[in-house]
Structure formats: structure tokens, C-alpha cells
Ligand binder design. Structure first.
Ligand SMILES: [Zn+2]
Length: 107
């Protein structure tokens, strides 16, 4: 398995991009904070405000399923993937090259 540079990937992938891919429709917006229905499959919330995103801080949180994290975490949670699979999948879907870690030297 190639080593993924998660730090680099997290710089590249924005919350907006992931929300777009998930078809997220905010029901309210206050400054950088969006609220809406939770896009994570398996979340049983019926509220259209349980899911909260902070665009400036690039983080999300669902008050119903307790999922939270950054854009990559959101993709993993909504697709039922682990972080490695989510990174590969997201690079594929957005037609990006996978940022890879430079191999360690002197080992
Ligand atoms: Zn949820």
C-alpha cells in the first residue's frame, strides 16, 4: 500500500468540496457555520438541523450520530470507509493524484 500524505491531502480537500459531493443542502447559515440534515448514511436523525459544519475551521459535527472531524473524516463516515480507503476514494472521485509520503531514507 502506498503511504498517503494525509497532511497534504487535508490541505487540498475542503469541507465545501466534500459537502458538494455528498449533495448536502444547508437549512441554515450563520457566518461560517452551516446547519442541515446529516449526510452520513446510517445516521437516524430526522432533524434537518442536527448536522453542523464550520467552514472556516473545516470541521463538522452531528448531534445525532456523534460523528465529527474534518472533511476526510466526513467522507469516511458517510461512505462507511476507513481513513485510508476514504483518502483513496476521494482522490479518485475528485480526479486528484494521491499525495504520497516521501519514502524514508537511511532505514
Ligand atoms: Zn448524523
Amino acid at each position: 500500500m502506498p503511504g498517503i500524505d494525509y497532511h497534504e491531502l487535508r490541505q487540498q480537500i475542503t469541507m465545501c468540496e466534500v459537502l458538494d459531493l455528498l449533495g448536502f443542502q444547508p437549512t441554515s447559515r450563520r457566518g461560517p457555520q452551516l446547519r442541515g440534515p446529516c449526510p452520513i448514511s446510517g445516521c437516524r436523525s430526522t432533524s434537518d438541523r442536527s448536522f453542523s459544519v464550520h467552514l472556516a475551521r473545516q470541521i463538522y459535527q452531528c448531534f445525532a450520530c456523534r460523528s465529527h472531524g474534518n472533511a476526510l473524516d466526513l467522507w469516511a463516515a458517510s461512505r462507511g470507509l476507513d481513513i485510508y480507503q476514504a483518502a483513496m476514494d476521494l482522490c479518485h472521485v475528485t480526479k486528484r493524484g494521491i499525495p504520497s509520503r516521501a519514502p524514508l531514507r537511511n532505514r
